[in-house]
Design a protein around this ligand. Sequence first.
Ligand SMILES: NC(=O)C1=CN([C@@H]2O[C@H](COP(=O)(O)OP(=O)(O)OC[C@H]3O[C@@H](n4cnc5c(N)ncnc54)[C@H](OP(=O)(O)O)[C@@H]3O)[C@@H](O)[C@H]2O)[C@@H](O)CC1
Ligand SMILES: Nc1ncnc2c1ncn2[C@@H]1O[C@H](COP(=O)(O)OP(=O)(O)O)[C@@H](O)[C@H]1O
Ligand SMILES: [K+]
Length: 516
Amino acid sequence: MNTITLADLHLLNIQTIRDLEANTINEIPHANLIKKAGKATANLAKQLIKKKALPALILAGPGNNGGDACATAAELAKDGYSVIVILCADPEKYSADGKKAFDKALSRKVIFKNSDALDDLLKLDFSIIIDGLFGIGLKRTISGSYEKVINGVNQLAHKKQIFILSIDVPSGLNADTGTLVTDDADKNVAVKADATITFIANKPGLHTADGKDYAGEVIVNDLGIQSPVTEESKLLLNHASRFNFQLPERKQNSHKGSYGEVIVIGGDKGMLGASVLAARTALYSGAGKVNVSLLHPAIDYDTLHPEIMYKDAQHLQMKEEIVVIGPGMGHSDIAKTILSKALSSEISLVIDADALNLIAANKELNDLLMGRTASSILTPHPLEAARLLHISAKEVQQDRCKAALLLADKFKCVVVLKGSGTIITDPEGRLRINTTGNPGLATGGSGDVLAGLCGALLAQGLNSFETAQLAVWLHGAAADTLVEAGVGPIGMIASELPEAIRHCLNAFVDNQRLAN
Ligand SMILES: NC(=O)C1=CN([C@@H]2O[C@H](COP(=O)(O)OP(=O)(O)OC[C@H]3O[C@@H](n4cnc5c(N)ncnc54)[C@H](OP(=O)(O)O)[C@@H]3O)[C@@H](O)[C@H]2O)[C@@H](O)CC1
Ligand SMILES: Nc1ncnc2c1ncn2[C@@H]1O[C@H](COP(=O)(O)OP(=O)(O)O)[C@@H](O)[C@H]1O
Ligand SMILES: [K+]
């Protein structure tokens, strides 16, 4: 992808795509769509194929995803590529349009095999593997010969370093939720693609939960169907190039009071570091003044960052500052009292970690959060989200978008549901899936860093939804730059993030200035 357009970021769920297709069927007959899908896939495959002398292996399933696969085979064969298709379908049962694509491929000397030939085929080498087994119509656990084909090609691709391109959706993945379609949690049957060419519009499940692991890079092709994309679209990928807000300008004639004050409250015995990390990040991301209030005040001075002030947690005013509450806070009575005071205040809050657990376990705190009029950002990881919703973490992960929307609606605040493909939602139902970040962030303390970053951006004047979008994007982008520099993903530590965040934040502001 060269320039990122709003259409690339716009996400549609399966039902909306089906509705769009039905509404345009008179203008664009389905046969044309399959033909266009085949052409687009073949064009991309041609760019990806390095060794043209080797055959391409294409998997064709029983529905229209299989039709797309046959159309791709026909296109590649037309241009002189040798193509072998594993046909996991009875072509007589294809839709009329799928059958047309199959006949065209047959007439162009594409070799069709059935899954019985799998073992022999797996001894060969291929220029590319193209997966057209299942798309958005997959409903049940994949088993039998389909399962064998998927496991076989995954292993072959891994062993021989063959690029896998999935058509529309990696077969086995739910395009709405990013989970694998399975009744058996021990069975992970899905094609592990290096890239996915997805049609009509981008899809949420390619970007969250297991989506990134199975879809690889996502390329969107609208097949000429214009989806209703506007700046007001509710379901989008979270990408800095499309943020329509800015950090307020840093005037020459400004002072530390111009950039707000953050207080991080938390740090019970043994967990002081969580609050210190959040505070350091707030400092590195531009807050004018940063304070820490520890529940276990074993330190009152940060030798590495003497800029941070330490305040007595039990005597805080909570009048004008931004409060980040929860990192390492524990579950003591004092923690509950201070949280209750924060929730009753009129200031903006970032509520993280143990503060969320306390709210989940305590009706009074829960009601205080529900009754708040001032803004709050909740930053749960899946288990914290599960506690707040009184469901299991597995249920949260089964449909991350739904869980985040439920939380935002329940508490009427902005929610950041963390994890691969972090979800950002608000009570109006706006939803963003983040595009940055990597497993280097799966390390203790990186959530504390995110909470501190949110505090600093609020302090500098962004509203809650803007803050959540920019903070989550910067947090992931910082981790990505560290990986590019060889610092991770293995062994990346949370303390390395604040400086990288500072770099990304300044670059973001410069880029915005240049663009305007
Ligand atoms: N929408 C559009 O505008 C466009 C869509 N296009 C393409 O069409 C795709 C959607 O096609 P689709 O609806 O035919 O569904 P698809 O994913 O091929 O699979 C359904 C088939 O699989 C079967 N089946 C399901 N689960 C199974 C299992 N576990 N094990 C075994 N079988 C199973 C199911 O059988 P059934 O459930 O009916 O028994 C049915 O036969 C879409 O992803 C895109 O590639 C493009 O051409 C361009 C425009
Ligand atoms: N595999 C991953 N890919 C992308 N981001 C991740 C991954 N694992 C963790 N993260 C991010 O790292 C942070 C971890 O936060 P959290 O679980 O609260 O950790 P902690 O409590 O140790 O600070 C979140 O922002 C989360 O989105
Ligand atoms: K597929």
